[in-house]
Design a protein around this ligand. Structure first.
Ligand code: G3H
Length: 234
């Protein structure tokens, strides 16, 4: 079934994660979010709490261990707990991919569980940075995320030189979790056509900073055409 514009909006995490973001830029981003009609915004935890007047009905997704994922598990857990205390409804944590690459899936599961236990009842997504992992590593992290009680697996931070989301990675992740967890595609998704392709590949949530262009191009591909952007790097 083709994804409708309404279904895309409901599944969109409208994202602002540039490291140098100011509170004034956050306020402008939130005004845009209200205009676009998205239900959620994904931001850095240091920008929380957000003025309720600016936030309105928007729900907050906060990233944790972002973007490298190389933080100690206890630090990620504390960061997640603090973000929730500051108003986050959902947590997108970056997994420690050194553990994944070493084949230490018990270690991966342990760190995800530490964050899971720090934010009971909140939606928890695990960012794999799939472009930097092998297929076997992607499947292993998906299994660890499920065993640790996560709600979603997510492809990418959007800031890694290895690249963002790919259709192959989403297909693999969707197959690994087989509907038991959601799959969030993020990083480099710039057009309505790309969103529809990722949905067909199995994505159930979309992390996008180019939401306005995607919506503009939903019915008119020429209006939403934008230049490809390279990952920002860090
Ligand atoms: O988590 C979401 C990503 O950072 C969004 O990436 P993007 O800016 O390439 O859309």
């Amino acid at each position: 079934m083709t994804l409708t514009k309404t279904a895309f909006l409901a599944a969109a995490d409208h994202t602002l994660l540039a490291p140098g973001t100011t509170r004034a830029e956050l306020a402008a981003f939130l005004r845009d979010a209200h205009g676009l009609g998205v239900p959620r915004v994904c931001v850095s935890p240091s920008l929380l709490p957000i003025d309720p007047e600016l936030l309105g009905e928007l729900e907050v997704v906060a990233v944790v261990g972002f973007p490298s994922g190389a933080h100690a598990a206890a630090v990620k857990a504390a960061e997640a707990a603090r973000a929730v205390a500051d108003g986050a409804r959902e947590i997108d944590m970056v997994v420690n991919r050194g553990l994944a690459r070493a084949g230490d899936l018990a270690g991966v599961e342990t760190e995800i569980r530490a964050v899971r236990e720090a934010v009971p009842g909140r939606v928890l997504k695990v960012i794999l940075e799939s472009a930097a992992l092998s297929n076997a590593e992607i499947i292993g992290v998906c299994r660890a995320a499920e065993a640790a009680g996560a709600d979603f697996v997510k492809t990418s931070t959007g800031f890694d030189p290895a690249g963002g989301a790919s259709l192959d990675a989403v297909r693999l992740m969707a197959s690994a979790v087989d509907g038991r967890l959601g799959v969030k595609a993020s990083g480099g998704i710039r057009t309505a056509e790309a969103v529809r392709a990722f949905a067909a590949a199995g994505a159930t949530r979309f992390g996008v900073s180019g939401t306005a262009a995607i919506l503009a191009g939903w019915d008119d591909p020429a209006a939403g055409a934008t230049a490809e952007r390279e990952p920002a790097g860090y």
